[in-house]
Design a binder for this molecule. Structure first.
Ligand code: ARG
Length: 454
C-alpha cells in the first residue's frame, strides 16, 4: 500500500514502481531507520505531540520489527518503495492508527538524510578498524625488516639504498593519513538533519537537541534546507575511500612487480595467488591486481555522486536516491580490499637476499661517492660530474663502484683515498644518512618507536 496515495487517482504501473523503488539496495539501512524512528517517537512524546502510551507502543513494535528483520522473517515490497516506507507500513499493519502517527513532524527527506548519516558513521568505524589492523601489520613487518636492505627507486630506476622497513613505513604514513581523513570527515557526517521536515522545518514544537543527544550526534544542522539537500559528507567519504584505494593500489603495483621473476623480492603466499588454466608454471598475484583494478571502480563511485549532485536545485530531489549504491559499493570494496591486503602482506615471504643483491648493483652509492668528495672540499656540482664520469667508466668495465681499484679512483680525482671503500659500502650509505626521517637504521628505529602511541 502506498503511504502517499491520497492525491492519486491512478495506480503506478509495475515497471514504474520498480524503477522508482530503492528498497532493493536501501534495505541495508533498516537498523538505522528503526533507530531514528525510535528516537523520533520518544521526542514526539516528550514534547506532547503524541502520548506516552502511543510512543511506547510504537517503540516496542519497532523493536519487534527489528528483531523480525534480523531473523529474516520480513519480506520488503517494491510497492512500498524504500526502507522508510516499508518499515512504516509494517508498523501500521501491526498497530493500526497509532503507527500512522510516527511520521508526524518528519519527512522522508530528513529521515533518509538521517539514516544515511547514521549508516556512514557506522561504516567509518568499520573502515577505521580495518585500517588499524593494516597499520599494526605494517608496523610489525617494519620491525622485522629493519636490516633488510633493498634498492630505493625513483622513476623505477635504482636510486639509493634503503631498508624495507623504511619503505613499509612510507605506506604506514599514507594509511595513517587515511585514518585521519575518515575521522575528520566523520565530524561533518555526525550532525543531525532530523527535524528539518521536507525542507522548511515543521510547525511542531520539536526538540532537535534532544534528538541529537539520543542519536549520538555532535550537533544539530543549523539550516533545514541544507540538512535535506546536502550530500557533501557522502562525497567526502567517497573521496577518502578513493584516496585509500589509491594507496592500496600503489602498494599492490609494487607487490605485483616485486613478485615477478625479474624482481624476485617477495613471494605471495599460495592462498593469495592463483594459477593459470593453460600455463602450468604460473602463479599470479590476482588479489593484488584486483585491488589495483577495484581502485578504478571506487573512483567511479566518487565521480558518480559528484555528478549526481552537480545540477541539483535546492532542496531534495529524487536524484539523491542515487547516492546510496555508490557509497555501498565503495565501502564494501574498500573494506574487502583492506582485509585481503592485510592478510596478503602478513603471509608473503620476503626474499631479503634478492633485495640485497639488487641493492648492490645499480650504482646506488653514487650520491654517497659524491658526498665523499664534498667531504674532501670539492664543490658538490663538480663532484656530481666526477662521479658521473666514473659511473660511465664503471658501466663500461662491468664493475660496481666499490669494485674499482684505487688507481682507477685516483684517475678521476686525487681526493680519493682508501676510506672511499668504506664510505660507499651499501650498509654505510644507509647508516650515513643524518637528516630527520631518513632511511638510516637509527632513524627508522625512531620512526617505529614514534608510532607506538598510534
Ligand atoms: N528513497 C528515497 C531516497 O533514497 C527517500 C526519500 C524520498 N523522498 C521523497 N520526497 N521522495 O532518497
Amino acid at each position: 500500500m502506498k503511504l502517499w496515495k491520497g492525491r492519486f487517482s491512478k495506480e503506478a504501473t509495475s515497471s514504474s514502481d520498480l524503477f522508482n523503488a530503492s528498497i532493493p539496495f536501501d534495505q541495508r539501512m533498516y537498523e538505522e531507520d528503526i533507530t531514528g524512528s525510535i528516537a523520533h517517537a520518544g521526542m514526539l512524546a516528550k514534547q506532547g505531540i503524541i502520548t506516552e502510551d502511543e510512543a511506547e507502543l510504537i517503540i516496542k513494535t519497532l523493536g519487534e520489527i527489528l528483531e523480525d528483520i534480523k531473523a529474516g522473517k520480513i519480506e520488503f515490497t517494491i510497492e512500498a518503495e524504500d526502507i522508510h516506507m516499508n518499515i512504516e507500513s509494517i508498523l501500521t499493519e501491526r498497530i493500526g492508527q497509532t503507527g500512522k502517527k510516527l511520521h508526524t513532524a518528519r519527512s522522508r527527506n530528513d529521515q533518509v538524510a538521517l539514516d544515511f548519516r547514521l549508516c556512514l558513521r557506522k561504516e567509518t568505524g568499520e573502515v577505521d578498524e580495518k585500517l588499524a589492523e593494516l597499520l599494526k601489520t605494517l608496523k610489525e613487518l617494519a620491525e622485522q625488516h629493519q636490516e633488510t636492505v633493498m634498492p630505493g627507486y625513483t622513476h623505477l630506476q635504482r636510486a639509493q639504498p634503503v631498508t624495507l622497513a623504511y619503505h613499509l613505513l612510507a605506506y604506514y604514513q599514507m594509511f595513517s593519513r587515511d585514518r585521519e581523513r575518515f575521522a575528520d570527515g566523520l565530524k561533518r557526517t555526525n550532525r543531525l538533519p532530523l527535524g528539518s521536515g521536507a525542507l522548511a522545518g515543521t510547525t511542531y514544537n520539536t526538540d532537535r537537541e534532544y534528538l541529537a543527544e539520543k542519536l549520538g550526534f555532535d550537533s544539530v544542522l543549523p539550516n533545514g534546507m541544507d540538512a535535506v539537500a546536502d550530500r557533501d559528507f557522502a562525497i567526502e567519504f567517497l573521496s577518502s575511500c578513493s584516496i585509500c584505494m589509491m594507496h592500496l593500489s600503489r602498494f599492490c603495483e609494487e607487490l605485483i612487480l616485486w613478485s615477478s621473476v625479474e624482481f624476485g623480492f617477495v613471494e605471495i603466499d599460495d592462498s593469495y595467488a592463483t594459477g593459470s588454466s593453460i600455463m602450468p608454471q604460473k602463479k599470479n598475484p590476482d588479489m593484488a591486481e584486483l585491488i589495483r583494478g577495484k581502485s578504478g571502480r571506487v573512483y567511479g563511485d566518487l565521480m558518480a555522486l559528484l555528478t549526481v549532485c552537480k545540477g541539483l536545485p535546492m532542496a531534495y530531489n529524487k536524484d539523491l536516491q542515487e547516492d546510496k549504491e555508490p557509497i555501498f559499493d565503495a565501502v564494501d570494496t574498500l573494506k574487502n580490499s583492506l582485509g585481503i591486503f592485510t592478510e596478503m602482506i602478513s603471509t608473503m615471504t620476503v626474499k631479503g637476499e634478492n633485495m640485497a643483491k639488487a641493492a648492490k648493483y645499480g650504482y646506488m652509492n653514487a650520491t654517497d661517492a659524491a658526498d665523499y668528495l664534498v667531504g674532501k672540499g670539492i664543490p658538490f656540482r663538480d663532484c656530481h660530474e666526477i662521479i658521473g664520469k666514473m659511473v660511465l667508466y664503471a658501466i663500461g668495465e662491468g664493475k660496481a663502484l666499490e669494485e674499482l681499484t684505487m688507481d682507477e679512483f685516483k684517475s678521476f680525482s686525487d681526493a680519493f683515498d682508501e676510506d672511499i671503500y668504506d664510505a660507499i659500502s651499501i650498509v654505510n650509505c644507509i647508516k650515513a644518512k643524518k637528516s630527520e626521517g631518513s632511511t638510516s637504521f637509527e632513524s627508522v628505529k625512531k620512526q617505529i618507536a614514534d608510532l607506538a602511541g598510534e
